[in-house]
Design a protein around this ligand. Sequence first.
Ligand code: GCO
Ligand code: MN
Ligand code: MN
Length: 389
Amino acid sequence: MADAYQPKPEHRFTFGLWTVGNPGRDPFGEPVRPVLSPVELVHLLAEVGAYGVNFHDNDLVPIDAAAADRDRIVRDFKAALADTGITVPMATTNLFGDPAFKDGAFTSNDARVRAYALQKTMRAIDLGVELGAKVYVFWGGREGVETDASKDPLEALKRYRDGLNFLTHYVKDRKYDLVFALEAKPNEPRHDIYLPTTGSFLAFIETLDHPEMVGVNPEVAHEHMSGLNFMHAIAQAWDAKKLFHIDLNDQAFGRYDQDLRFGSHSIKSCFFLVKFLEDVGYAGMRHFDSHAYRTEDVEGVKDFARGSMRSYLLYKEKARRWNEDKEIQGLLKELAAAPGDGTPDVGRYSAATAEKLAGHAFDRKALGARGLKYERLDQLTLEVILGVR
Ligand code: GCO
Ligand code: MN
Ligand code: MN
């Protein structure tokens, strides 16, 4: 498949150890694939052409590993990275798997659990930095409730804020070159997870001690689970200069958390997402947070990984065509054209502009009667995506 859609390091495609390493366990069935070691997964990622690998502390070092085991595991992992050229751009903490976190980590009602979550994250940050991570992701999978009788949401927000503040101070004290990226999800595994959307986190970040070192890590599936337009969330994060990382996958609205291969389901949305990222020049990682269907063996996992990257590049090529399509650009130009009928040009406020505007007579009926040609525009878009333009 030597064509224009081959992944290259400059595309910044990354996968988590937990994504290509997902053995296919689900709530109804046992694993269907062998559990590959971190070293094997690094080699698999190199084989398919990825740029980087990300991990939770316990994807690499089991939660109950002895110190000597930890050192051996990290040494072997580093050797695999050096052998393959695979990088570690991002790291994160597993604050959801262990029973200790069944009622949350930073927002737990138990002060001992909150303190343990901080200690675990400090150690995981040290490990991530040791391996080269520049972005640290926080996904609060258990930071929520089944019943609002159990927790005061204001207290939970305060605890969440205190926890993140503690850790930004820790990073600064250690002089690490690291930023935080907060990842929202509305539910699953909790009935309700606090700060359920990217927009919620964007507002929350401004209440932290060091907002400048905290951004977001939006995920396609998570905004779709909320019934939202993912690209709009990304645009808001970009506008706020907070798009520090992105989790790419796919998800049908109204379903359980599917983690589908990127671009495989919501074709039009994924097209506009990639077009947005490429048009604005997003320079961060394109991280695929998803996994292969449960029907697949290890070869199928490679098909899944290759397909994720290839689809991104296909959408990127379609975006280029869309941007260069004369008819599409002509329609957009027409829409943006200045009216040329004496309508005052309202940019920034000035008393003079306001006065001019106050006195202008608008032809309201004509404004409402104008056809906007969005049907044509959308059809042309679809034809670009479907490959007939
Ligand atoms: C999920 C989340 C996780 C996080 C990961 C990194 O739905 O389970 O997307 O995969 O992204 O824990 O923090
Ligand atoms: Mn997810
Ligand atoms: Mn994710």
